[in-house]
Design a protein around this ligand. Structure first.
Ligand SMILES: Cc1cc2nc3c(=O)[nH]c(=O)nc-3n(C[C@H](O)[C@H](O)[C@H](O)COP(=O)(O)O)c2cc1C
Length: 204
């Protein structure tokens, strides 16, 4: 890694960074992200997570169009009536990402390759064997000073994604991660306090 960053610093400062410069990311850095993703565990150690790093402008535009198609209706009601200033700031960033996704230097699509054709909810059966790699990738991106965010809206129509990326019918696409150098500053993550999210031994 080109920057010294402790694991704790990465974990506690790994915000979803949606505003990203169009400046190119060196291929060696993109490969470093995939190497980190590849170190993650998988069920029965099948290692069937697959990563498509999309840099081609036409392919990025096709994914950006899918993101807008499924994302715009999803956020429409909240944009009209945001629940808080915090949510409004997040929605502004989601809209920025929607308008600029095709200009972001790399869109990384995390997939799982099943032993047979997948459809419907079957797509998510082995999602647990892809998300640890996604988190490794996000933490490494953060440690390298790259902005990234896990997204799923563009992937709602699995067949459309398969067509755009020439994926076999055995592939499920589970997360699209736009990656590049951030516009603006990283901040610490803010989460519910532990007292709300854990108990020892049983819930009540
Ligand atoms: C499973 C999953 C799906 C997500 N899908 C999207 C998405 O489609 N679009 C998007 O802008 N962010 C998406 N996010 C990012 C979340 O909105 C973000 O992680 C959350 O708001 C926390 O943001 P923070 O880390 O900046 O506090 C997704 C995150 C996860 C874990």
């Amino acid at each position: 890694m080109s920057e010294q960053f402790s694991l704790n610093e990465a974990i506690y400062n790994c915000r979803a960074m949606r505003r990203i410069k169009s400046d190119e990311v060196p291929e060696a850095v993109l490969l470093e992200l995939i190497d980190a993703a590849n170190q993650a565990p998988s069920g029965s150690n099948t290692q069937n997570a697959r990563w498509i790093v999309v840099r081609d402008p036409k392919t990025k535009k096709a994914l950006a169009d899918l993101n807008r198609k499924h994302g715009a209706p999803y956020i429409a009601a909240s944009i009209e009536n945001p629940a808080s200033q915090k949510q409004k700031r997040m929605l502004d960033a989601v809209v920025w990402q929607m308008d600029h996704m095709h200009e972001i230097p790399a869109l990384i699509v995390a997939c799982f390759d099943y032993p047979e054709q997948v459809e419907g909810l079957g797509v998510y059966r082995s999602a647990g064997s892809v998300w640890p790699g996604i988190q490794n990738l996000l933490l490494t991106a953060r440690a390298l000073g790259l902005g990234a965010a896990p997204t799923t809206l563009a992937l709602r129509d699995q067949d459309a994604v398969r067509e755009v990326l020439n994926l076999p019918e055995t592939f499920a696409s589970l997360c699209l991660i736009p990656v590049g150098y951030p516009i603006g500053k990283f901040g610490p993550v803010v989460r519910k306090p532990r007292a709300e999210t854990m108990r020892f031994d049983s819930w009540t």
